[in-house]
Design a protein around this ligand. Structure first.
Ligand code: ADP
Ligand code: ZN
Length: 211
């Protein structure tokens, strides 16, 4: 099963992605995580990507598309994959059509006010990329999955968030229409309820779909 996870920054994509990839045994590929790992390791891609991530702008398509195209050729993607954060505009979606077959698009809609709270309270594991919200951490500073240190993403600040949301509205939201027309979209609404509640809905839809 080859899936795309679509939703605004803060919609809870990362949290749902971990759950979906665990349940269906498909690899979770997050372009944001790939860029952050490259920045941390100061690779050529990292040096190029840094200024875009810091501004909340999109890394140029040719770079991003080449990364994903290559990543999908790895052995672990043969059994299926979940793309998180890609595609993010029409050019990326059209390019993806040229090298992968997509079975479904999980689209998470969420209220604007909730997004801001989610992003501003988000803490991320340095090691495995899992996200948490401060309100549920009870003061914990390490990841409950792997023990990695939790940190606040540099782009999770009000100014950068505003650019990321603008980019989402202008460039990524049109993909909802793109995939609706292809008949592969599954729509969900994120709420204040625990992530498990939304995951149950996604699971029900994907189980029916995965038969
Ligand atoms: P979020 O969805 O919370 O904004 P991501 O981790 O998906 O976070 O992305 C963080 C940043 O990485 C983006 O703001 C952008 O700079 C870069 N990025 C991630 N995916 C893409 C992509 N498909 N195309 C271009 N840039 C990307
Ligand atoms: Zn972790």
């Amino acid at each position: 099963m080859n899936l795309i996870l679509l939703g605004a920054p803060g919609a809870g994509k990362g949290t749902q992605a971990t759950k979906i990839s665990d349940r269906y045994g498909i690899v979770h590929i997050s372009t944001g995580d790939i860029f952050r790992a490259n920045i941390k390791n100061a690779t050529e891609i990292g040096l190029l990507a840094k200024s875009y991530l810091d501004r909340g702008a999109l890394v140029p398509d040719e770079v991003t598309i080449a990364i994903v195209k290559d990543r999908l050729t790895w052995d672990d993607a043969a059994k299926g994959f979940l793309l998180d954060g890609f595609p993010r505009n029409l050019a990326q979606a059209e390019a993806l059509d040229g090298f992968a077959k997509i079975d479904g698009v999980v689209n998470i809609n969420i209220d604007h006010a909730l997004l801001l709270d989610r992003i501003c309270g988000r803490r991320v594991c340095k090691e495995c990329g899992e996200s948490y919200h401060v309100s549920t951490l009870g003061g914990a500073t390490v990841c409950s999955r792997c023990g990695g240190e939790l940190y606040r993403r540099k782009d999770d600040n009000p100014e950068t968030v505003a650019s990321r949301l603008a980019v989402y509205n202008e460039q990524t939201a049109p993909l909802i229409d793109y995939y609706t027309k292809k008949g592969v979209i599954l729509n969900f609404t994120g709420t204040e309820a625990p992530a498990e509640v939304l995951f149950d809905e996604i699971k029900t839809a994907l189980d029916a779909f995965n038969k």
